[in-house]
Design a protein around this ligand. Structure first.
Ligand code: SF4
Ligand code: SF4
Ligand code: SF4
Length: 246
């Protein structure tokens, strides 16, 4: 068993805030994460059977899309999913070797692959499916919150943010200190009612999700279908159809 660190006074709680209202499901975050963390033939994140019938691989960040209904209209909600850097991380406490650990100073959950024995207990413990087993190296891997980027003093300060945040074209991903109530991410969570994913499990994720907003434009009632071949609209559509099918 591995102990979680005691919360030090003034410690930061670094994490992501993801806006489900503006995420368009483009997967740019997932791809840039894979790129930054060394994907590809010689990189740290392997791909298996990538040109075959059952392609698979190790990803730290995956995006799932769901169809739902809101105010009488269908709506697609995209849910990016990576490690949530939980405060009460069971993936840490189940680890028999201390390979899975949480940093006291900023709350980031990491894996020391030098002492990971690949037992997979942590992946069974994580209810978010955020851990991915590297079959090539025989060790567990996960989102690092780009710890090698956010503290890199050789980068301009504006670029010291996770690769997935920097690449998001919809600005749906935000990074910051959730222990500081005045930080941009904390204010976003307060203003937009940011929530925990699967809060009932009680692992107290650091990352928060901003729920989709209700549509602000009134949705008109569905038009009554015109009889086939009737009305000026149908006539125009028939003409257009004929023109386009030539
Ligand atoms: S890059 Fe941004 S918009 Fe695209 S899937 Fe990721 S979070 Fe959503
Ligand atoms: S797979 Fe590695 S990190 Fe996970 S519980 Fe086992 S030893 Fe710890
Ligand atoms: S913070 Fe870094 S490692 Fe984590 S999902 Fe984003 S790009 Fe990947």
């Amino acid at each position: 068993m591995t102990m979680l660190p005691k919360a030090a006074p003034g410690a930061r709680k670094l994490g992501l805030v993801i806006d489900l209202d503006t995420c368009v499901g483009c997967h740019a975050c997932a791809v840039s994460c894979k790129e930054w963390n060394g994907g590809g033939e010689a990189g740290a994140l392997p791909d298996y059977d990538k040109y075959g019938t059952n392609p698979d691989g190790v990803w730290f960040n995956r995006v799932h899309s769901y169809e739902t209904e809101s105010q009488g209209c269908s709506r697609t909600v995209n849910l990016p999913r990576s490690c949530l850097h939980c405060e009460d991380a069971l993936c840490v406490t189940v680890c028999p070797t201390g390979a899975s650990y949480k940093r006291a100073e900023d709350g980031i959950v990491l894996i020391d692959t030098d002492i990971c024995i690949g037992c997979k207990l942590c992946s069974w413990a994580c209810p978010y499916g955020a851990r991915e087993f590297d079959e090539d190296a025989g060790v567990m891997r996960k989102c690092t919150l780009c710890v090698d980027r956010i503290y890199d003093q050789s980068l301009p300060e504006a670029e010291r943010e996770p690769a997935c945040v920097a690449s998001c074209p919809a600005r749906a991903r935000h990074f910051g200190d959730l222990a500081d109530p005045q930080s941009g991410v904390s204010r976003l969570v307060a203003e937009r009612g940011g929530t925990d994913l699967l809060a009932d499990f009680g692992y107290r994720p650091t990352n928060k999700y901003l729920p989709p907003r209700r549509a602000s434009i009134p949705v008109p009632p569905a038009p009554t279908p015109e009889p086939r071949g009737g009305g000026i609209g149908s006539a125009l559509l028939n003409l257009l159809d004929k023109a386009l099918s030539r």
